[in-house]
Design a protein around this ligand. Structure first.
Ligand code: PRT
Ligand code: ZN
Length: 285
């Protein structure tokens, strides 16, 4: 009864990463292929495999307690649920696009135009906020071909690399929102389920932290320690260990993935040698 039910996408862009995240949190499942449900062996959770579009509704009705899906899916569903954590994968944006040959003049371009989309809620909100009077043509898939078959003047769809737009002769002209995978929860969870969710979020944050950071070891002359330490704030401060060779030390610290290459260049300039960078498996701060 107190098992936390987690809805994840059955098959699609979110499936593998959602399951992978739970596994990285140390949660083990007996069998996850071809089933609709899977109970964990070592944590009080159960997975329900669903279509992503159904997840918000199932979470609102507490058929599932929490779910993993794209922020765009959360916004489009308009369900009474709460977003509790951004997960940093399945990053994409929702954009408006028009045929390459058209000249874009700003949002008012779309006045009296027809826009094809699978996301009528998000699109109509954008149109309203920008005082655009356009017609929405709701279709469930292959939105990008709508202009070439004469169904619409432009489209509103998810873009990640941009290659789908390009191969369909379209250009991106407005970004309506940015999206990534998130955890949503039902607003009325029992205290026991909230406690399990807190434990799960604690593990997820440790995994996310680890993925965003790298462990770095390097050698440096003692004279460079101050300059190098300033470049390596670490969790508290860098660890400095003397080397057998006099006048030299080994410096250990943690650096962010984001500014990794820039930092490495600055460290080399400051006198660092023999730099090793190692992935971190879990990071609890
Ligand atoms: O069957 P089910 O309903 O469960 O799945 P689905 O087909 O509705 O969803 P799915 O698996 O395609 O996507 C699930 C979620 O992944 C989306 O709601 C987004 O939050 C996120 N996501 C991230 C993407 C993309 N990237 C993406 N590139 N969803 C769709 N796309 C499609 C887009 O629709 C377009 O056709 O990929 C194409 C554009 O990609 P690029 O790289 O060519 O720009
Ligand atoms: Zn879907």
């Amino acid at each position: 009864m107190n098992i936390l039910k987690i809805a994840i996408q059955k098959s699609g862009r979110l499936s593998e990463k959602s399951l992978g995240l739970l596994e990285e949190c140390g949660i083990k499942f007996t069998n996850t292929t071809g089933t609709l449900k899977a109970k964990a062996k070592n944590f009080p959770v159960e997975i329900l495999f669903l279509r992503d579009d159904d997840i918000p509704q199932y979470v609102e009705q507490q058929v599932a307690d929490i779910g993993i899906l794209g922020e765009n899916g959360v916004l489009e569903s308009e369900k009474d649920i709460e977003v509790v954590e951004q997960l940093g994968f399945a990053g994409c944006r929702m954009s408006l696009a028009i045929p390459n040959k058209e000249t874009y003049t700003g949002p008012s371009y779309f006045n009296n135009k027809k826009i094809a989309t699978s996301y009528p809620v998000i699109l109509s909100k954008f149109l309203k906020e920008n005082n655009i009077n356009a017609q929405i043509e709701e279709i469930s898939g292959s939105v990008e071909i709508a202009p070439s078959i004469g169904l619409a003047d432009g489209i509103c769809d998810i873009v990640s690399s941009g290659s789908t737009l390009m191969s369909n002769g379209l250009k991106e002209v407005e970004t309506i929102l940015k999206s990534q995978a998130v955890i949503i929860k039902n607003k009325h969870l029992s205290a026991e389920k909230e406690a399990t969710l807190d434990k799960l979020l604690f593990r997820i944050r440790a995994v996310k932290n680890a993925n965003n950071n790298k462990y770095i070891l390097l050698n440096a002359p003692e004279t460079a320690v101050e300059a190098i330490s300033a470049l390596l704030p670490g969790v508290k401060s860098p660890t400095i260990i003397p080397l057998a060779e006099k006048g030299w030390v080994s410096i250990h610290s943690v650096i962010k993935e984001d500014d990794f290459w820039e930092r490495i260049d600055m460290l080399k300039e400051a006198g660092a040698e023999g730099i090793l960078v190692i992935p971190i498996e879990k990071m609890i701060s």
